[in-house]
Every structure is written in structure tokens, then in C-alpha cells.
Design a protein around this ligand. Sequence first.
Ligand SMILES: Cc1cc2nc3c(=O)[nH]c(=O)nc-3n(C[C@H](O)[C@H](O)[C@H](O)COP(=O)(O)OP(=O)(O)OC[C@H]3O[C@@H](n4cnc5c(N)ncnc54)[C@H](O)[C@@H]3O)c2cc1C
Length: 351
Amino acid sequence: MMDYIVVGLGLAGISFCETLEKNGKSFKVITDNSQQASQVAGGLYNPVILKRFTLAWNAQQQIEQTKPFYKHLEEKLGEVFDHELPVLRKFASIEEQNNWFEAADRPGLDHFLSTIIQPNHNPSVEAPFGFGEVKYTGRIDTGTLVNTYKNYLDQKGQLQEESFEYAALEVKENSVVYGSIEAKNIVFACGFGLKQSPYFGYLPLNGTKGELLVIKAPEYKEQNVIKSGVFTIPLENDTYLVGATYKWKDKTNVPTEESKNELLEKLKTFLKCEFEVIDHVAGIRPTVVDRRPLVGRHPEHSNLYVLNGFGSRGVMIAPYASEQLYNYIENGTPLDKEINIERFTKKYYLA
Ligand SMILES: Cc1cc2nc3c(=O)[nH]c(=O)nc-3n(C[C@H](O)[C@H](O)[C@H](O)COP(=O)(O)OP(=O)(O)OC[C@H]3O[C@@H](n4cnc5c(N)ncnc54)[C@H](O)[C@@H]3O)c2cc1C
């Protein structure tokens, strides 16, 4: 008997597997490519909401877990995932500069917001009011992480690449059986794919489609993340990620002309050099009605668990939420109320 089956190998699945390995638990992963969020994500970790200059939910605690978590993965897998990059928020006016200074005085935010206004030195950028810098930020190369982790598990015989067939799952009192695997518990970390689940489909996962472009801009020469109407994130060889869009109706992973045009329009408001679009990707963020993760135990089946709802902040939330779930299952430590799916139990009985 195994300890766990994990369904889904995006940021949620990887983080939970890491927690299992750390604690010496046996597990097998079943995953497919039906969802793409972790493959295509911009991968930024940034504790500050740059629209309103406020701290993201639970950001201080999450950022403390973020760096050591990915550092450990780098050492273990022999790859670089964490690229430390300052995020520069372009100011649109003097008023915005003032708002920034006010925010930088607030406890919590003072740690992350630099109080020096950075003038623009990049001739390819239009930014007459300069930038505010967020500290301790960077980018996790989530696409490389997913692929590397898949190979890692595959080599150890712990990966089954296929779509999980819910009808084939037998839920017993103290275990679950799926094909030839019997395990004490099963954790569903399926991103927006959770919508198909007969067990957790009642949870109010909305899903927000996001699209990103990759551009090549040899004259841009920018080493920081620039945030204006869109982000530009430096990659290698004069290429940059440009994103992202937020769409609530379309739930496919197909890039659209409409979103491409939207991104280009916003990009051209501040990027004044030549560039060419060399790639265009899309994925569905697993967003929740109340913008909090979905973590916990099924209302009726005590060996079925969910780890989901990371929205647009999977990089920072995943290590924290995985730790929470693990301690809840194995040690009986109560989950943070805000993330516990018990807040939606009524919906289960009404469904
Ligand atoms: C364009 C875009 C930009 C983003 N930028 C950022 C960013 O800069 N910073 C940040 O922190 N976050 C960002 N995000 C959000 C981040 O990508 C998500 O929060 C995170 O990837 C969610 O991870 P997950 O593992 O829950 O889901 P997913 O990445 O969707 O992974 C779920 C996995 O489960 C698999 N699966 C689903 N159903 C089944 C099934 N039935 N059988 C087998 N396997 C199944 C899927 O195929 C997939 O492999 C971005 C998202 C998008 C779309």
C-alpha cells in the first residue's frame, strides 16, 4: 500500500510531492497536459499588488517559504529555476508617486517598497515619472520546473502520464484503489481540471484565462521586470515575456488574436523600440470566487483531498498551501480557516 496518489503535476502537485518526499512518504503521480497554467506562467513572485500598492494576501508568510523551497528544488534537480529580478512599477503621474510613498510607510509594505524613485535610463522606454522598485522579487521558470520534475519522477518510476479516470477510482473506508495502485490517500491537484471532478466539482472554481507573448527585442536591453499596463519579464537572448490578459468566459488553452492585440496595444504605450512576436501561449488560472486557495478534505470521504485555487499567485502560494495540507492530513494540524474548503461545504449538500 502506497501512502499517496497525487493527481496533477503543476505547481500544486510538485509542491505536494516535495512535502511528501521531505517526510519520507511513498507516492505515485498521475497527470496529463489538459491544463497548462504552470507550463506557461510568467512565474513572478512579488508580494505586492501593483495596481493598488497593497500587500497580497498572506504574502509575508508565503515569501518566507518561497525562496528556500525553490532553492532546495534547484539543488536537488541540478537546474536553475529562480531568477532574482527587481520589479519596477512605472508611475503614470506625480499622484501615483505620492501614493507609492504613502504605501511604503505602511507596516508590512515598508519592507518591500523602495522609497527611492528610479528615473528612467532606458531609451527604449517611455516613463517620464520614473519607477518604484519592489524588493525581494523574481521569476521562477515554472515551465522548466514542471518538465524537469516530470523527468525526475519518471526516472524513479513514480509517474503515470495519462488522464485520471474518475470512474475507475474505488474509494474504500481506509484506502483508495486506482488500477493497480492502492494508497491510503489521494490528493487532487488538477488546477482548473478540477471542474470535471465528481468529488470536488461543487467547489466554486471560476478559472481565468491568461495569455502571454514572447517577444524578441534586441534594442530593449532591460534587465528588470517592468510593470506598466502589462509586464515585460526578461528571459535570455534579447527575449521577453509580455503579459498577461485576464478573461473570464473562454476556458480553452487556445491563444487568441484578440488577446494578442490587447497585449501589443498596452506594450506599445511604453516600449518604443522594434520587436517581433516569437511565441504566444495561454492557460487557465485556477481562480476561486473569494480569491483564496481550496485546500482540505472531502466532506464525506476522509481519504480524498484537494489542493487548488492558487489563482494568479501559484508560485508563492504552492509551498505554503502544500505544507498546510500535509500537516492537516498527517498531524491533524487545523488548516488556516481562509483556505479550508469547509467554507463551501453547504454547496456540496445543495449540489
Ligand atoms: C498566463 C498566465 C500567467 C501567470 N503568471 C503567473 C505569475 O507570474 N506568477 C504566479 O505565481 N502565477 C502565475 N500564474 C498562475 C499560476 O500559473 C497558477 O496559479 C498555477 O500554475 C496553478 O497550478 P496548479 O498546479 O494548481 O494547476 P495547473 O498548472 O493547471 O496544473 C494542474 C495539472 O493537473 C493536470 N490534470 C488536470 N486534470 C487532470 C486529470 N483528470 N487527469 C490527470 N491530470 C490532470 C493538468 O493537466 C496539469 O498538469 C499565471 C497563469 C497564467 C495562465
